[in-house]
Every structure is written in structure tokens, then in C-alpha cells.
Design a binder for this molecule. Structure first.
Ligand SMILES: *Cc1c(COP(=O)(O)O)cnc(C)c1O
Length: 354
């Protein structure tokens, strides 16, 4: 086993926690007292630090600002009823972070050091992990170039960091989504499978257009033909038709969600038929029209499952069955919640206890 690096710790003098209203948290607006930071220089990761949450200082010629050499991750930790701190599938997130890093010519981060560092950060900020039902600590690892030069080439230096946010149960209204046939989030051969910062900048404009038409989010289709579904906003997309769980097969233009993988696993566990394949827009529109489309939802770490109520297609709104009737996705949401909070046996080894 590779040894993890020694962490240097500098704690805050006074916690900001007493000033925080933990009952009314807006997602991504409140940050815990500490953050984890490590620098890459001289071809290796330097010893990490845990320090008070605070600003970075950057060169105006930082290549992440000019050319987007930057990536991120998202995962959650939960407080079990007995007070244990449980992290959901952190190895999967580190694996994906390193896949994204490879695509962006950035260095992989160190597994042992990451796991030890994340645990230490959560221990230090344990009081920031809410325990109300459905609440959690959202964990945001990220990495970006820190060089000082203009020119399109990989940087020699990088920063890896982890910040965390307490979040409440994510209640989202069943969504109105629009099938996007003009713009693309990602294309085959591009880097849609990487959680690269630039993918999200490019999705803002089409999402803004859809919002002007009264939709919460887009259903992305493939960039070449726009005939096949890819994702739902920044979530993976799933349908239930004929009691079969359908989701687009992974490709270079689809982000391999940890929630997606977890739901597919739970579906297979219960003997449900699962198909990962190309899913035509025409197939789903037809199923919605002849009432065989039972469920449609987005899935991702932040919201876990976001129900889709209405699908806008070429100026028409297709209404989907009421959310209360969606026995599969409601069951998956409950099962996932029970596993993540330690209420159900963790038979797939998804939980890392701090
Ligand atoms: C992060 C993300 C997802 C969901 O991934 P999870 O690991 O389940 O959170 C899906 N699609 C896109 C584009 C994403 O950025």
C-alpha cells in the first residue's frame, strides 16, 4: 500500500458555525470552516494542508482562467443516527476525477492521500454535517492549473482543493424540461465524459434560452443527429417503459454518474430489466403519447432523483404520469437514502466510514 502524505493543519480561531442558519440553507451558498489544499510542482504533489476556508491568490496569467484547464467533482457525506460520518462512494469520485484529469492533461491525485485528507477534513468540520433527515454535507473536490503564462499548453503546476457545504434535503419541483435539438452539451470525441469546468460554461446559454421559454432544464440530445438522448441538464437521464429501466449507454459525450451507476445496480438487484443503450427521442415521445412512458427522471449527487413532469418537444408539452405513481424511482430514492445514512446494509461496499 502506498503511504499517504502527512497533512499540515491550521485551524480557524473561531468557527463561523454559530452564525449559520442550518434550517434555511441554499444549496452551495454556505461553506464549512476549513478546506483541503495541495499544490503540484516539480512533477509531484506536495504535502497537503487543511486551512481556514478562504481566497486563493492567482496570477492574472493563470491558464485555468484563459484556457479552462480546470475540473471538479461532487459527492456527499451523511451523519448516521448514531453520529457516524459516512461518505458515499468516494473512490468512485476520485476515479472519475483522475479520468477527467487525464483528458485535460492534468496530474492524477493520490488515492491514499485523498481518502485520508477527506476523512481528516470531515473530522475537523464534523459539526458542519447536518443530521436532519435528507440533509448532508456536499463535498466539492476540484483541480485547476496554476501556471503563469499565455499559450495553449498544459501547465506545469496545479492546485487540488476540497471545499464542503452543508445542504438540506433537496426538494425540487417535478421539472418541465425541453428536448434540445439545436445546441449540444458535448459531442463524441469531445470531453463530455470529463467533469471539466468548460462543459458547464457552454451549457449556460442553451439553458437560459430554454428558461425563457418556461422550462427548468434541457434534455440534451447527441450533437450529430439530435435523434438520441444524452443527459438531463447536469444529471444523467432515465426512463421507465414497460417496467424496464432505460438509460443512454455511456460514451465520450456522457458523464458517467455515480448516482446513475448506483441506481442501475439497485434496479438489477431487484431483478428489474435494465437497458443501457441508445434511446431515440422518437421512442420516448411515442411512449409518452400512448401512455406507456411510466417514469422519467434525472439523477445526480445533488438532487439524487429529479422527477420530470413535462417534456417539451417541438412546441408541444407532453405530460407524464403523476409523481406519486412512480414506484421505481421513488423506491430507488428511498433505498439510496437508507444506504447512505447507514439504515440499510451496504452490500456493495459503497460507504466509507470516517
Ligand atoms: C456530475 C454530473 C452528473 C451526475 O454525476 P453523479 O456522480 O451522479 O453526481 C451527470 N451529468 C453531468 C453532466 C454531470 O456533471
Amino acid at each position: 500500500m502506498v503511504e499517504s502524505q502527512q497533512i499540515q493543519i491550521k485551524k480557524i480561531t473561531q468557527s463561523r458555525l454559530p452564525e449559520v442558519d442550518m434550517v434555511n440553507l441554499e444549496f452551495g451558498q454556505t461553506f464549512s470552516d476549513h478546506m483541503y489544499v495541495a499544490d503540484y510542482a516539480n512533477n509531484e504533489w506536495q504535502a497537503p494542508h487543511i486551512v481556514p476556508f478562504g481566497d486563493f491568490s492567482l496570477s492574472p496569467a493563470n491558464p485555468a482562467l484563459h484556457y479552462g484547464q480546470a475540473l471538479f467533482e461532487g459527492l456527499k457525506a451523511y451523519k448516521a443516527d448514531n453520529g457516524d460520518i459516512l461518505i458515499f462512494r468516494p473512490e468512485a469520485n476520485l476515479g472519475r476525477l483522475n479520468l477527467s484529469a487525464d483528458r485535460l492533461c492534468m496530474p492524477a491525485y493520490l488515492e491514499e492521500t485523498f481518502m485520508e485528507g477527506l476523512k481528516e477534513l470531515l473530522r475537523i468540520d464534523a459539526d458542519w454535517i447536518p443530521s436532519a433527515p435528507g440533509s448532508s454535507l456536499y463535498i466539492r473536490p476540484f483541480m485547476f492549473a496554476t501556471g503563469e503564462f499565455l499559450g495553449v499548453k498544459p501547465s506545469d503546476t496545479y492546485k487540488f482543493a476540497i471545499i464542503t457545504c452543508p445542504v438540506n434535503a433537496y426538494y425540487s419541483m417535478p421539472l418541465r424540461v425541453k428536448i434540445e435539438e439545436q445546441y449540444a452539451r458535448a459531442v463524441e470525441g469531445g470531453f463530455g465524459y470529463a467533469k471539466a469546468a468548460g462543459n458547464y460554461a457552454g451549457s449556460l446559454y442553451p439553458a437560459k434560452k430554454a428558461a425563457e421559454e418556461g422550462y427548468h432544464q434541457l434534455l440534451w440530445t447527441d450533437g450529430k443527429t439530435h435523434e438520441y438522448f444524452e443527459e438531463s441538464g447536469t444529471m444523467n437521464l432515465m426512463f421507465v417503459i414497460n417496467d424496464t429501466l432505460l438509460t443512454p449507454a455511456l460514451s465520450t459525450s456522457i458523464l458517467a454518474g455515480v448516482t446513475r451507476d448506483s441506481i442501475l445496480t439497485l434496479a438489477r438487484d431487484r431483478g428489474m430489466k435494465v437497458e443501457e443503450r441508445k434511446i431515440a427521442v422518437a421512442e420516448v415521445v411515442e411512449a409518452a403519447q400512448n401512455n406507456t412512458l411510466q417514469e422519467a427522471f434525472g439523477c445526480g449527487t445533488a438532487a439524487v432523483i429529479s422527477q420530470i413532469a413535462t417534456i417539451g418537444y417541438r412546441g408541444n408539452d407532453l405530460q407524464l404520469p403523476p409523481v406519486e405513481s412512480r414506484k421505481y424511482s421513488l423506491a430507488f430514492a428511498q433505498e439510496l437514502n437508507d444506504i447512505r445514512t447507514g439504515k440499510t446494509a451496504d452490500k456493495h461496499g459503497w460507504i466509507v466510514k470516517v
